[in-house]
Design a protein around this ligand. Sequence first.
Ligand SMILES: Nc1ncnc2c1ncn2[C@@H]1O[C@H](COP(=O)(O)OP(=O)(O)OP(=O)(O)O)[C@@H](O)[C@H]1O
Ligand SMILES: [Mg+2]
Length: 493
Amino acid sequence: MKTKQPQDLFKNIAEMVDSVADLDNLLSVLVIATKRVLNAKASSLLLKDQPSGKLYFHSCIGDRREDITKFELAKGEGIAGWVAERGEPVLAPDVSKDPRWSSKIADTLGFKTHSIACAPLKVESETFGVLEIIDRLDEEPLNEEDMERLQSFSDLVAGLLLKARVYVEVSKENRMLKEALGGKYEIIGESTVILKAIDSCRKAAPSKATTLITGESGTGKELFARLLHDLSPRSDKPMISINCGALPETLLERELFGHEKGAFTGADELKPGLFEAADGSTIFLDEIGETSQAMQVKLLRVLQEGTFFRLGGQELINVDVRVVAASNKTLEKLVEQGTFREDLFYRLNVIRIELPPLRERGDDLKSIADSFLQKFNAELNRSVKGITDEAMTAMINYSWPGNIRQLENSIERAVIMGESDRIGIEDLSAEITEFKKSSIKVGAGLKEAMDDFKREFIKKTLLFCGGNKTKAAKTLGIQRTYLSRLIKELSVE
Ligand SMILES: Nc1ncnc2c1ncn2[C@@H]1O[C@H](COP(=O)(O)OP(=O)(O)OP(=O)(O)O)[C@@H](O)[C@H]1O
Ligand SMILES: [Mg+2]
């Protein structure tokens, strides 16, 4: 029997990866595997940023990894930089004898390094980064055989990167956008949901397909609509935005479709509408769920045929507009209730980007809060180091009706007002710290009250864990089978 080559296996794995988040995790796992299989003291994956040519750490395993990942290497710096530039592997059994060796990281961290093996991550003829290992656990210098095995790992990682080329591009584009537009337009995103949304925008960007972005207030719908537009070939023209919920129907109609001279009293001259202004660009129809039935019919027509009449006009106007719509109401529900046309819904829902509420994104909250903390530290020239466990617990238990916007404001306030080097409970508003969803009612038996509590508690924990029962059971400190039983017995939704 022919055994499967690792390359084949990894090709299969690569095919299973279909999101940025999966890929990120998989790359990290591969870095761990490299270290284990090669019995090395440390292993790291560095990716190249373009066009600067800098190398930054994607993941790193071994002592001091948290400190190490903060480093960046300038173009061509050190052995890793050399490998990334030349695309050739380097084995340095004794780094002190290799003139390419840069001791910057080792010196800063007091991290002794004797030998290094570093392999390029090559996709076609382009080098995306490097995979390297430092020192063997048995203290022997790294040898040719280690180098060969490292090389096969790096080929596998490169295969994944080929699949994920797009990902490298997204993170690059995202970074470029951030730089181009300054702090104002920064998508904070290490969390799964945000990376997925960025990835969806990237995939949806090249086409003209109508895109529907849904999510509660403050989840970033507009931010992602902008990203989608900015990543699209239409980005040389500005995106036109309109809040359909803010205007009465007649005004909205005039705004969107424009009017001819004399179309109504006061229409002294011809005025093109926003659909015309958005010709060749994107129109963002915010709060689309608020539009009237009559307006929905007109929108449907534009979506189906790309044509419309100006108010009072006879001439059919043709436009090339990409429509991105957003709603903080569940359009499916509005369709069920009969207030939103089903045909329009399907026309809008060609590509769907869903931004879940913050309270359902347990783990994300922490990373987003930390990112905001860093952002405001930089903006306000402060050096708040972190968030106390107590404050974090209060934040996790809060319901965040205003989602990311509210979290952003809360962190900003805490950074401005706080007096200690960590955000504590005293720096958060009473709304957050005193939030208790109490369902205690007197008059019920103890068993009933306890069941109520258990039901609520399990439900919240499940939400916190993104619906993942294994994770929820772990958080609750019970067996998964027991959790399943409780869910059934208590009829947890
Ligand atoms: N991922 C994110 N990273 C950084 N900031 C974010 C993120 N998501 C949202 N924000 C910020 O939160 C605020 C609200 O975002 P946005 O206006 O896009 O939300 P929205 O869903 O359109 O809200 P609404 O329904 O209230 O109009 C903005 O200040 C935005 O910059
Ligand atoms: Mg909005």
